[in-house]
Design a protein around this ligand. Structure first.
Ligand SMILES: [Zn+2]
Ligand SMILES: [Zn+2]
Length: 175
């Protein structure tokens, strides 16, 4: 069975041999179709540059039909066509600049650290704190029963906690 080579650009297949492959790849028809495929992905600025480096197709630009059509090696770009392509290139570049801007600028929002902080600031209420709501937490000090309140030298476990009592704690060394 003869292997066949399928060319995507030409949408056609050929009996495969190194020689046939080389010949096909360098053939005029293949190159034309390959270029027109890649031209579809070019932006307006590049297409304009390509067109301006070509010589003008006298036949087409004098109002006659050019049988080569889009595959003509000469430029078919008319002066209005050039203007349209220039306009398109400008629009594409403007669009590109726009998409590179930070989202806030594109949406017309204020861009400043202060604006960002205001937006980020979460009001500090018991609803936004992790854990049980504040009102369900036990009070820091359970009031002493009246009989103990006046007793001198309460053992530390019964004495009301104060900030000073915490700061003065001496930690025992173990082990
Ligand atoms: Zn081909
Ligand atoms: Zn032409």
């Amino acid at each position: 069975m003869v292997k066949r080579y399928y060319c995507d650009f030409c949408d056609n297949s050929y009996p495969y041999s190194t020689e046939a492959f080389r010949k096909h790849r360098t053939g005029h028809h293949h190159i034309k179709l390959r270029n027109s495929h890649y031209d579809k992905f070019k932006n307006a600025r590049d297409r304009l540059k390509d067109e301006l480096t070509k010589e003008k197709c006298r036949r087409f630009l004098s109002g006659q039909d050019c049988s080569f059509g889009e595959g003509c090696i000469f430029s078919h770009l008319t002066p209005p066509g050039t203007q349209a392509l220039q306009q398109q290139a400008l629009e594409e570049e403007e669009q590109e600049r726009w998409t590179r801007l930070p989202a806030a600028l594109r949406e017309g929002r204020e861009v400043s650290v202060e604006a960002w902080l205001t937006q980020r600031r979460v009001p500090l209420t018991s609803d936004t704190l992790p854990g049980p709501p504040l009102h369900t937490l036990p009070p820091l000090n359970t009031p002493l029963p009246p009989t103990l309140a006046s007793a001198p030298n309460l053992p530390p476990s019964l004495a009301p906690t104060t900030l000073e009592s915490w700061l003065g704690v001496e930690f025992a060394q173990w082990g």
